[in-house]
Design a protein around this ligand. Structure first.
Ligand SMILES: Nc1ncnc2c1ncn2[C@@H]1O[C@H](COP(=O)(O)OS(=O)(=O)O)[C@@H](OP(=O)(O)O)[C@H]1O
Length: 373
């Protein structure tokens, strides 16, 4: 209307128009002003969506910021691999979304999203490399009373100088009732580690996933070869003199399999009862059985059972079933369960002969025959 009045005053000849023509002109001008002020797409939005667009932009931005804050609170690896963490995350996300819809205030209650405290681990999977350590950690952490650091910390072998507070900082937050875990397979063969862990706490529970040392060595070699294609052959590395059957114990892939020798070092600091041995072979054929024993050892209720696993034919390994709440079935990554490099039968037999006395000694020490023939 203001447009019309202004316009009619500015027109020098308006006084000559009749009352009817002024009315018609006013109507036309009103329409033109209206179109100029409210373009077509704005009008469509307004009729189709009751939320004012600026409010929508604010809400979307706030939602994005809150989701970002969430990823800071929960580390990526934990969110990716822990069923419990992803359940928690989706709960938090939906409650935050509700928060945005109901209030115009975009600031999230971030403080209230943190729960529990970061504690030093009560239990550590200390080895062995290529034994099945990732599988044990991923399977045990679906237990609601277990939370674990997602990545290998290497605190007691490579990062000890950083101090215990640095180590604690890597741990997930836990409630009083939950236990904290981590896994770093190289601990088992690092001389200083048993003493260092016992200095942190003599009560730390230790888990060692052991596997036939010959298969383990081939698995180890297969992994190294995938990163270093011009590596010498397995036989060249494993033997000082293959004709005479002299094994090169200085090669790490061979040395790690001397379980009895490494265990002696641990027994100087920890009683045998505080160390639990998981069979890497049975972990594949009967994951629920092995996990039942791990739960008993950790003093946990047997919650992880056979209903959590299924055998994935394509992968050739057990995987975790789809959790009830959300998510998809989970197998371990491509680097777990690789096809091994073919090694000739003679070399394998020679290595079996080499390891036999060490294996027998190991069975005696732990009071269990793992039947690595
Ligand atoms: N469920 C399931 N899925 C996939 N892989 C499984 C599983 N259970 C045990 N394994 C065996 O775990 C082996 C890898 O061991 P680690 O996780 O200890 O390896 S690592 O030291 O962390 O690199 C890996 O060794 P390779 O088969 O030689 O790749 C597997 O044999």
């Amino acid at each position: 209307m203001a447009c019309v009045l202004l316009f009619s005053r500015l027109l020098p000849f308006s006084h000559r128009l009749t009352r009817t023509s002024i009315c018609l002109l006013s109507l036309l001008l009103s329409y033109l002003c209206y179109c100029a002020l409210f373009p077509a797409d704005t009008i469509m939005h307004k009729s189709g969506d009751p939320t004012p667009s600026c409010q929508r932009v604010l809400a979307d931005g706030a939602k994005r910021r809150l989701q970002k804050s969430l990823s800071c609170v929960l580390p990526l690896d934990e969110r990716a691999s822990s069923v419990e963490a992803s359940r928690l995350k989706s709960d938090q996300k939906s409650s935050l979304t509700l928060h945005i819809v109901r209030n115009d205030t975009p600031s999230p209650p971030i403080g209230s999203l943190k729960f529990g405290n970061k504690k030093l681990p009560n239990a550590i999977i200390v080895g062995v490399k290529k034994g099945g350590t990732r599988a044990v950690l991923e399977f045990i952490r679906i237990h609601p009373d277990v939370r674990a650091a997602g990545t290998e910390t290497h605190f007691f072998d490579r990062n000890y100088d950083r101090g215990l507070e640095w180590y604690r900082g890597l741990m997930p937050r836990t409630l009083e009732s939950q236990i904290t875990m981590e896994k770093t397979p190289s601990y088992f063969v690092t001389k200083e580690t048993p003493h260092r862990i016992s200095t942190m706490s003599r009560n730390t529970k230790l888990i060692v996933v052991v596997r036939d040392p010959v298969t383990r060595a081939i698995s180890d070699y297969t992994q190294t070869l995938s990163k270093t294609p011009d590596l010498p052959s397995f036989q060249e590395l494993a033997f000082r003199n293959q004709c005479l059957g002299i094994v090169d114990t200085s090669w790490n892939a061979i040395r790690i399999g001397l379980y009895a020798l490494h265990l002696e070092n641990w027994l100087r600091y920890f009683p045998l009862a505080q160390i639990h041995f998981v069979s890497g072979e049975r972990l594949i054929t009967d994951p629920a059985g092995e996990l039942a024993r791990v739960q008993d050892f950790l003093g946990l209720k047997r919650i992880v059972t056979d209903k959590h696993f299924y055998f994935n034919r394509t992968k050739g390994f057990p995987c975790l079933k789809k959790p009830e709440s959300s998510g998809s079935p989970r197998c371990l990554g491509k680097s777990k369960g690789r096809t091994h490099v073919q090694i000739d039968r003679d070399a394998i037999e020679q290595l079996r002969d080499f390891y036999r006395p060490y294996n027998v000694k190991f069975y005696e020490m732990v009071g269990h025959d793992f039947k690595w023939e």
